[in-house]
Design a protein around this ligand. Structure first.
Ligand code: SF4
Ligand code: SF4
Length: 221
């Protein structure tokens, strides 16, 4: 989800790379689960997030639409996001009774990096430290690569970049065409190609993703 805002207002103004130290370590959150509540539609799932969670739960896209995910328009395209429960404090559907994440090893990328965020520039991205999001004001320094806890991190960064700029280009092209029927068709195909068509849990995600990516681009870009 894109945010158009002043970097100095939401962060310490720095751009962080994997090898940098950043004051983000909130010591296992120690009983706090504030950022797992009332997040609205902001925890948008990319195809890797969806692959991880659906493979773990062994749920199809349609099954997850019953309880775990919902569809919303994000930057002009329809994408899935994690649901918040409809109780008074609106916890994420994966927050368990002990106020811990029930899918911790498979949690989405946005949750993995929090309170870091991503700043996209020049066909790449860096991490930023969001200074108004985490309630813990006693955070310690930690290396970015350790904090984000992401396997195959370089490959993951390529994927994150490719996916972001692909969505951006797709949205811009659809806007320029201004053909409502085409927008609807392509948006539905996007969901089919990258979420609804089941992934093979035992096969490498990135191989499966880039096959779909090439096929989609040859048809619609
Ligand atoms: S607000 Fe900060 S300390 Fe609280 S759960 Fe989120 S990351 Fe952890
Ligand atoms: S997936 Fe886990 S870490 Fe992310 S918001 Fe839900 S409970 Fe919190």
């Amino acid at each position: 989800m894109l945010r158009d805002c002043d970097l100095n207002e939401i962060s310490d103004g720095r751009r962080y790379l994997l090898s940098d130290m950043v004051k983000a370590d909130c010591h296992d959150c120690k009983g706090c689960s504030a950022c797992c509540h009332d997040m609205g539609t902001s925890i948008v799932l990319d195809p890797l997030d969806f692959y991880r969670i659906s493979s773990y739960l062994k749920y199809s896209f349609e099954a997850m639409l019953n309880n775990q995910i919902e569809l919303n328009i994000v930057d002009g395209l329809i994408l899935p996001n994690l649901k918040m429960a409809e109780t008074h404090d609106k916890p994420c559907v994966f927050l368990n009774e002990s106020h811990r994440c029930a899918i911790h090893p498979y949690r989405p990328g946005i949750c993995r990096i929090f309170p870091l965020g991503r700043l996209y520039e020049n066909n790449s991205f860096s991490y930023i430290l969001q200074t108004k999001e985490c309630l813990n004001d006693q955070k310690s320094k930690i290396k970015v690569s350790k904090w984000i806890d992401t396997p195959n991190v370089k490959q993951n960064q390529h994927f994150i970049t490719d996916w972001h700029y692909f969505l951006k280009e797709l949205h811009e092209r659809l806007l320029a065409q201004g053909d409502e029927a085409m927008i609807k068709k392509v948006t539905m195909q996007l969901l089919h190609f990258f979420y609804i068509e089941p992934y093979q849990p035992e096969e490498d995600f990135y191989t499966q993703f880039y096959t779909r990516f090439a096929n989609f681009k040859s048809l619609f870009l």
